[in-house]
Design a protein around this ligand. Sequence first.
Ligand SMILES: Cc1ncc(COP(=O)(O)O)c(C=O)c1O
Length: 401
Amino acid sequence: MSFKSDFPILKNKIRDYPITYLDSAASTQKPQAVINSITEFYQNSYENVHRGMNTLSIKATDTFERARENVRSFINANSTNEVIFTAGATDSINKIAQCLPQLLNEGDKIVITELEHHSNYLPWLQIAKKFQFDIEIVGVNENGNINEQDIVNACDDSTKFLALTHMSNVTGQIIDIKKIKENISKDILIAVDGCQSIAHINIDVQDLDCDFYSFSSHKLYGPSGIGVMFGKEILLEKLEPPSLGGGMINNVSLDGFTYAMLPNKFEAGTPPIEAVAGMNAAIEYLNRLNFSHYFEEEKKLRLTLINHFQNMDEIEFYGFHQDINASSIVSFNVKNKNYNDISTFLDQFGIMIRGGHHCCQPFMKKLQIPGSCRVSFGIYNDLNDIDLLVDALSKTIKLLQ
Ligand SMILES: Cc1ncc(COP(=O)(O)O)c(C=O)c1O
C-alpha cells in the first residue's frame, strides 16, 4: 500500500527513470489536494486575516482558524490558544529559546542531546551563553543511539529545561518522551522537536505531557514557510512574546501597549496565509487517508532496507539496534566513498536521497564521519522503491570500484 498516485510530481520522469523519492526527512512531496487548495484559496478566498470585515477577509480568516482547529485536533492540544503559527520548526524553537530567560535563572541547567539537529541545538547554546544557564549535552552510545536513562540521569536538581528531538533525523530513533517525563522532576519543562515525528508517530501532546512541541508543515506533506509552536496555555499566558508588531496587540498608545489574547499574542505581522491553507489541506488529506495506518509500513520499509545492507559488505550504516524504536530513516556510507558521489550517482537512476551532515555536525563527529547518505520514507514509498534503490546502489558500487 502506498499513496504515490496522489502526488503529481512523482509521475514525472528524470532521465527516463521514474522518480524514486527517498528524501522525505528533508521535505515531503505535496499531494494534489494540497496543490489545489492553494490555487483555490488564491482564486476564491485570499485576503489578509483578522483585520477586515469584508467578505474575503472573513472567508480567509475562517480558513485560517479552521486550520488552527485542525492542527489542534491533529496533535490533540487542549485548546487552539496553544497552537501558534510560525515560519517553521526552526522559528518555533528560536521563539521558545528567546522566551527562556523568562522561565530560567542564572545557573539553571538545560539538557539536550548529541542527536539534535542544529535547529534544536544552536538556539539553546546561544541563549545559555548569553544568560549564563548551564547546558549539558547527553552523548549517544557507540551504536549512535541515545539511551533514555542517560537523559533521565542528566536531570539533576539544577535542571529546569529539557530540549529533545522526538525522532532523530539521522537514524530515525524515536525517543520515549513520556517515559522520560515520568522519570524526572515535574518542575522540568520539556520542549520537543517534533520535526521528524509529526509525520511518523501519532502525536498527542497531552499524553506526551510536553510543554512545547514544534514542527514544520513541509515535512507533513504541506507547504514550506509555515510551522507550529505548541505551548501549554498556562505557560504561553504568562510569557512575553519575542516578536512584536501588527496583529498581536490589544491596545497601543504613545506610552505603551497591551497584548492581544492567545494565540494572536505570539503571531506578529501578516502570516503566510496561503501556506496555512495548504497545511490545513494536508492535515485534512492525511485524516481522510487515516494515514497512521501507514506508520507500521514505514518501519517495515526501514527494516527491509537494513536487511539488505546487512548483506552488503561495502555498506556501513548507523544507529541500528534491534531493541531501539525507530522509523523511516536509514543513514549509511559506502566504505571509502564520498556520500555526495553516491547521492549523485543514484540520481542518475532517478533515485533521490540526501548526502551530507544532515545539520547534525556534533552527531557526525561522534560517529567519526564527515557525513552520510540518508534514505527516508514517506507515504508514497513501497518495497519496489527499496528494490530500485538497492539495484542502483549495487550498480553504483560496481561503477566506482
Ligand atoms: C529533527 C529536525 N529538527 C528541526 C529541523 C528544522 O526544520 P525546518 O528547517 O523546517 O525549520 C529539521 C529539518 O530537517 C529536523 O529534521
